[in-house]
Design a protein around this ligand. Structure first.
Ligand SMILES: O=P(O)(O)O[C@H]1O[C@H](CO)[C@@H](O)[C@H]1O
Length: 319
């Protein structure tokens, strides 16, 4: 079709349907029209055919943190590539498997590899597996990630309990819930305007602090902020984040926690500080993803210990 014919057709459409016919749909709205409740149910049915047991706890493994899934016993591994309409992880340090089994006595599903917006996925596509895991039976979501330390007192290797987050993409109009609100996601009616002020469960946070104290692991507690990536931050950006009271920065988690809040999951977040962010113009150290993975793998043991013990303490939910 020539450009002229195309624009004549568009003009006719607008004349007939009004100016909104010319407005492109938000990419998240398109994603959400694809990942309908019924399509999520289809994915869930496919998985249940392979793994009939219901997971209670869902865990998303961050960069270099997929080793946690290796601790699962009676394991069933489903590669993302085998699941219809499931995205693939394209980043180093992220495998592409759903791992089912038992972790310290509780039935879990681990995402060994997550999806990030900078890979080209919409935030809605990055987060939709949270709905899959909730529909499979999970009542709890643990998100883990690698992050840069913005708080000047943080050291490489510190583990930060996420108290709250700042969702910059959402503040700029990119929220994974944009589009039709299907009230069927979750056990209750899910509202158009879900509250996220208490997305990170306070009781879980205090249980995690007790676990850390028991293991003599120093646990930081702070605010995580997600930027779009894939660039690491400029020095001016880091100084801005610090003024805003942000403790750690990354490129993930917030869209997952948003959908988790929408479908009623209890959530806990842990960030491993893999690098100190740049504050000074005369500093020569730059963040490098290879270092992020190296530090994650090096410090994974402590994080795994915390999660193992924590999940062991979660009361089995038989409802
Ligand atoms: O948040 P995770 O997936 O742990 O990964 C973090 O590490 C990568 C950058 O090195 C980014 O993807 C950032 O988000």
């Amino acid at each position: 079709m020539s450009n002229n014919t195309q624009s004549k057709k568009e003009s006719a459409l607008i004349a007939e349907n009004g100016p909104w016919a010319a407005v492109g749909e938000h990419p998240n709205a398109i994603t959400n029209r694809f990942y309908t409740y019924e399509r999520v149910q289809e994915i869930v049915a496919f998985i249940q055919n392979i793994v009939p047991a219901k997971p209670e706890v869902a865990i998303i493994c961050g960069s270099g943190l997929g080793g946690l899934a290796e601790l699962v016993v009676d394991k069933v591994v489903i590669p993302y590539a085998d699941i219809p309409n499931f995205p693939r992880s394209t980043v180093a340090g992220h495998r592409s498997n759903l791992v089912f089994g038992i972790l310290n006595g509780i039935s879990v599903v681990c995402m060994q590899g997550r999806f990030h917006p900078y890979e080209g996925y919409t935030t809605a596509a990055c987060a939709f597996p949270v709905r899959v895991m909730q529909m499979l039976g999970a009542h709890t979501l643990i998100v883990t990630c690698a992050a840069g330390g913005v708080n000047k007192s943080y050291r490489v290797g510190d583990i930060m309990l996420i108290k709250d987050h700042i969702n910059f993409p959402s503040m700029a109009g990119n929220n994974p819930l944009i589009g039709h609100n299907d009230e069927r996601f979750g056990k209750k009616i899910r509202p158009r305007f879900p509250p996220v002020g208490h997305a990170y469960d306070r009781q879980y946070a205090s249980q995690m602090k007790q676990v850390a104290a028991k293991h003599n692991i120093e646990l930081r507690e702070g605010v995580y902020c997600a930027l779009g990536g894939p660039c690491y931050e400029t020095i001016a950006e880091i100084n801005l984040l610090r003024v805003l009271g942000i403790d750690a920065v990354g490129m993930s988690i917030v869209h997952e926690v948003t959908l988790g809040a929408h479908c009623g999951l209890r959530m806990l977040g842990l960030a491993l500080i893999t690098n100190k962010c740049l504050f000074e113009y005369d500093s020569t150290i730059e963040a490098v993803h290879e270092d992020v993975i190296r530090i994650s793998e090096l410090k994974a043991n402590e994080l795994q210990q915390l999660i193992l013990d924590f999940v062991g303490g979660i009361k089995t939910n038989k409802t």
